[in-house]
Design a protein around this ligand. Structure first.
Ligand code: SF4
Length: 299
């Protein structure tokens, strides 16, 4: 094989490739031998190898990222089917589609199992590895508070507790094809599909969205810096409404607290950390907004 490496450098590169391949094969639960995997894509790996001094424009980190991505793709190709490893279930829960309404009809899913991700809410996107505003409203399966794993994923036996009737996204998302565009087949399920016929409560949801949208909230927070805090009352007003509407439907309408995140999305105050802010409730019931970070997210 023609390379610009001397023998020792090439041997080191190949050994490192095999180590990477071993880790990746273990991660995707493939039983293929690491040497076989490396050989199967050696021509492409050779093209990704560091170029001679003076010709290379990539950093070491970038080179190994490209190598790992190619090995991962090849490793997935050795087992192109779901092995129920739970990796996707641990990275977040699925967003539901209109077709998933059947799961509510069959009783597999209920209001307590889901929450609303409202338009404009800042969320961590694992594909882009950054926090971004959510583009459109989604209804998702609930996630565990710290790890953000799907609540239906059972750690003890690494299984989905609703596997036979799992949501559409789980059935169609193929982890073994990492280059495919993200799953986007079904029409996204929203609160209007589930709750529009619920009468008064849906009117309250619409009013809440009008007074407490994430877009307005984000805009008012951005204004805070420009006005040196003069407009803090606008932010507090939105936070207060978000707080009181939840309190109202629980205490006056007898709605269970566990359904609030479906009706109104997650509390706005839970988004404040993305902006480097926090909210404290004082003894007299008033709210105090303060800075917690030096570099808050700007939106
Ligand atoms: S519903 Fe089941 S398959 Fe889908 S993410 Fe949750 S645990 Fe995984």
């Amino acid at each position: 094989m023609e390379t610009h490496f001397d023998k020792a450098e090439w041997a080191f590169f190949v050994t490192t490739l095999k180590e990477e391949a071993r880790d990746i094969l273990w991660k995707v639960r493939s039983s293929v031998d690491p040497e076989t995997l490396v050989k199967s894509v050696m021509t492409e790996l050779q093209e990704l190898a560091p170029k001679p001094e003076g010709e290379e424009t990539r950093t070491q980190e970038e080179i190994w990222k490209q190598v790992r991505e190619r090995l991962l793709e090849a490793a997935y190709a050795t087992r192109p089917y779901c092995v129920k490893c739970g990796e996707c279930c641990l990275k977040g829960s699925p967003a539901l589609t209109v077709d998933d309404i059947e799961l509510f009809k069959s009783g597999k899913l209920g209001p307590k199992d889901i929450f609303t991700l409202r338009k404009g809410e800042i969320v961590f996107d694992p594909r882009q590895e950054q926090s971004l505003p959510n583009e459109e409203e989604r209804i998702k399966i609930r996630e565990t508070p710290q790890e953000r794993a799907c609540v239906f994923y059972q750690q003890k036996n690494s299984e989905c507790s609703v596997y036979d009737q799992r949501p559409e996204q789980c059935r169609f998302q193929e982890c073994w094809a990492p280059k495919q565009v993200p799953y986007s087949h079904g029409l996204p399920l929203t609160r209007s599909h589930l709750l529009e016929s619920a009468g008064d409560i849906y009117r309250i949801i619409e009013m809440h969205e009008k007074r407490c949208s994430h877009e307005d909230f984000s805009r008012e927070i951005s204004r805070l810096a420009a006005t040196k805090g003069q407009t803090v009352e606008n932010v507090l007003e939105i936070l207060r409404f978000d707080h009181h509407v939840r309190d109202f439907v629980v205490t006056k309408l007898g709605i269970g607290e566990e359904i609030l995140d479906l009706f109104f999305g997650r509390p706005l105050k839970d988004s404040l950390h993305y902006y480097g802010l926090k909210l404290d409730e004082q003894d007299d019931g008033t709210f105090l907004l303060s800075l917690v970070e030096e570099n808050p997210i700007q939106t």
